[in-house]
Design a protein around this ligand. Structure first.
Ligand SMILES: [Zn+2]
Length: 221
């Protein structure tokens, strides 16, 4: 991986470039950074021309990027869109506790400790929600739930295994957006593809789903 700078509209943007066995150049924004992959031996001038050409698509994403967490003492983490300050109290226990707007972390492996805590919170929230949906909106068996760190997706449904998986970063978002992802994945038990029928099923249970999708698209994973 190489790091480069490019100047677009009077702004210097740093990007990460990786050469790979591939056919065309790919660009994406991940955690506020522009990531570019290009086929081996592509001239840098050509790569930068491509970046300039597609700049309008990712410039706002880069500008609006705001991290959900900064894992260090006196850092922060967003939980259900509430910001908590991190306070390290290292007593060697892998545990966190909320006190008002602060989250006490009892181990110096702050990131791991907080992420385990977030996983638990998100799991409990999703489990409770799914139980509710199954009682009123979906005639399904209780699926297995897994929380993971995904690349580029909020959730997945493995209907053959009766399992739904969710991205850990959902924990940072508003609950009504998490609910959309839950309903989306549960609906895959009824319709495997993203067909018109699939969205009809969602609309029955969540009439304002389009507006939620729009808001979800503005979030970064
Ligand atoms: Zn889907």
């Amino acid at each position: 991986m190489e790091k480069h700078d490019i100047c677009i509209k009077n702004e210097t943007i740093e990007y990460e470039l990786t050469y790979k066995q591939m056919k065309s150049i790919r660009m994406k924004v991940r955690q506020g950074k522009l990531i570019v992959s290009a086929p081996y031996f592509t001239p840098l001038s050509y790569i930068e021309k491509c970046i300039e050409q597609y700049a309008s698509q990712f410039l706002s994403q880069l500008k609006n990027y705001e991290a959900y967490a900064l894992y260090k003492d006196q850092g922060f983490v967003d939980i259900f869109q509430q910001r908590y300050s991190l306070v390290l109290r290292d007593i060697g226990m892998k545990k966190c506790q909320r006190h008002g707007q602060e989250l006490y972390v009892y181990h110096h492996h702050i990131e791991k400790c907080v992420e385990d805590y977030l996983k638990e919170i998100l799991y409990c929230y999703i489990e409770e929600k799914i139980i509710g949906y199954l009682a009123y909106d979906f005639d399904l068996d209780m699926p297995k739930i897994e929380i993971k760190k995904y690349k580029g997706r909020w959730g997945s449904c493995f209907y053959n295994e009766n399992k739904v998986t969710f991205h850990l970063s959902l924990v940072h978002l508003e609950k009504d957006l998490i609910d959309y992802v839950i309903v989306h994945e549960l609906t895959h038990f009824l319709q495997a593809n993203h067909s018109a029928l699939f969205y009809q099923e969602i609309e029955k249970r969540m009439p304002d789903y389009k507006q939620r999708i729009k808001r979800l698209k503005e979030k970064h994973i």
